[in-house]
Design a protein around this ligand. Structure first.
Ligand code: GLY
Length: 373
């Protein structure tokens, strides 16, 4: 591709007709960002990097330098870190800053950060001036393997997570697994839950790779991440290409563990991380699957043991299951009164999506209270 990318670089393509875009995965990518912008986007008038205080402190200087080095004027806006920043008010403030900075339709927004930064920046890029160009530069494992690809953007409403949003496919996604070295272990583990999710719903070989690399992954060894990140991106891309707007029941499989997960995040006021909550949600869904004869007990055990090896707890925290079920009914995944769950059918096998009785969900949640860790 003539951009002097380092050895081991992988370029994938998200094929969505006129909205197609590359996902470039490579070490030391931030310093190449300016060249990549110029190679992929014509006539960029200026670039605004939206980031948070933690990630901005680490990486926004090198990204700005790389852009300026290619003649692209760059400036950064830092938002507070954490899920609370993903709000309607914060989006309004961001738009105010873009207006003050003279951002126009030829400008580019770069989202530099984790899922919160990616979601709110994508939302703002979609609505500001009816849409400006967007590059996602995810810096958490969760954002690298999931939220940066596929165009889902959102801010939260006080009545629920991600209730306000639009689809906005980015123009490019730049993934440098090397930045994961600065990620706290808790965030890394939270991302690993999504990695296990991909393996269970679509990629049995990935499951084996995670098993083989488990120790290296929880030790934060970048070489292990360089193996699994492109593999997860391939799985994500395949789902997005088949069902871009999540309306055919295909992309919905990516919500494995998420219905219970979102309830846990919201009811704990985001004290429980997304991936931590998703892991518990996957345990609930897999337990329900086995009780319904949809999945072998052995497969449930394999998932359970892998979470344990990765140090990811599947024990239900001290939250009333009834409160969780009530939240699930309000969540957008509840349809015509029933809670619909993605239920796995085996490791690497296509899951099914079924309505599940409240009583069964409550019983399963109660059982998880006594999980060991
Ligand atoms: N994270 C779920 C999706 O992108 O559809």
């Amino acid at each position: 591709m003539g951009l002097g990318l380092n050895e081991g670089a992988v370029e994938l393509m998200v094929n969505l007709n006129y909205k197609s875009y590359p996902v470039i995965i490579s070490p030391a990518l931030l310093e190449k960002a300016g060249g990549i912008v110029n190679a992929n986007l014509a006539d960029v008038s200026k670039c605004v990097i939206i980031t948070d205080r933690v990630v901005g402190g680490l990486y926004s200087n090198s990204l700005e330098r790389s852009l300026e080095g290619q003649g692209i004027h760059a400036a950064s806006i830092w938002i507070p870190e954490g899920e609370e920043a993903k709000s309607w008010n914060e989006a309004g403030d961001l738009i105010g800053s873009l207006i003050d900075m003279g951002v126009d339709r030829r400008s580019l927004i770069i989202a530099l950060g984790g899922g919160v930064v990616g979601d709110i920046s994508g939302f703002v890029a979609a609505v500001y001036l009816r849409g400006v160009r967007l590059i996602q530069v995810p810096t958490t494992l969760l954002a690298q393997v999931d939220s940066s690809i596929g165009g889902k953007t959102a801010v939260n409403h006080e009545k629920g997570k991600n209730l306000i949003g639009v689809f906005k496919q980015p123009n490019v996604v730049l993934i440098d697994p090397g930045v994961l070295k600065t990620l706290p272990l808790r965030e890394l583990k939270s991302g690993l839950a999504e990695v296990v999710k991909y393996a269970v719903i679509a990629d049995a070989e990935l499951f084996k790779i995670i098993e083989a690399e488990a120790d290296r992954l929880i030790n934060g060894e970048i070489r292990a991440f360089s193996k699994i990140v492109p593999r997860c991106c391939r799985v994500k891309i395949a789902f997005v290409e088949q069902d871009e707007r999540d309306e055919k029941g295909i992309r919905a499989a990516l919500n494995y563990g998420h219905t219970v997960g979102h309830a846990l995040e919201a009811v704990s006021s985001f004290g429980i991380r997304h991936g931590e909550a998703v892991a518990i949600g996957m345990e609930v869904a897999a337990k329900i699957s086995t009780s319904q004869g949809l999945m072998e007990e052995e497969d449930f055990e394999e998932q359970h043991v892998l979470f344990k090896r990765l140090g990811i707890s599947t024990k239900l925290p001290n939250i009333d299951p009834i409160t969780l079920v009530e939240y699930m009914h309000r969540d957008k995944k509840a349809e015509r009164g029933s809670i619909r769950l993605v239920l796995p059918t085996g490791i690497g096998e296509k899951p099914v999506i079924r309505p599940v009785e409240d009583a069964l969900i409550l019983k399963t949640l109660e059982e998880l209270r006594s999980n060991e860790a």
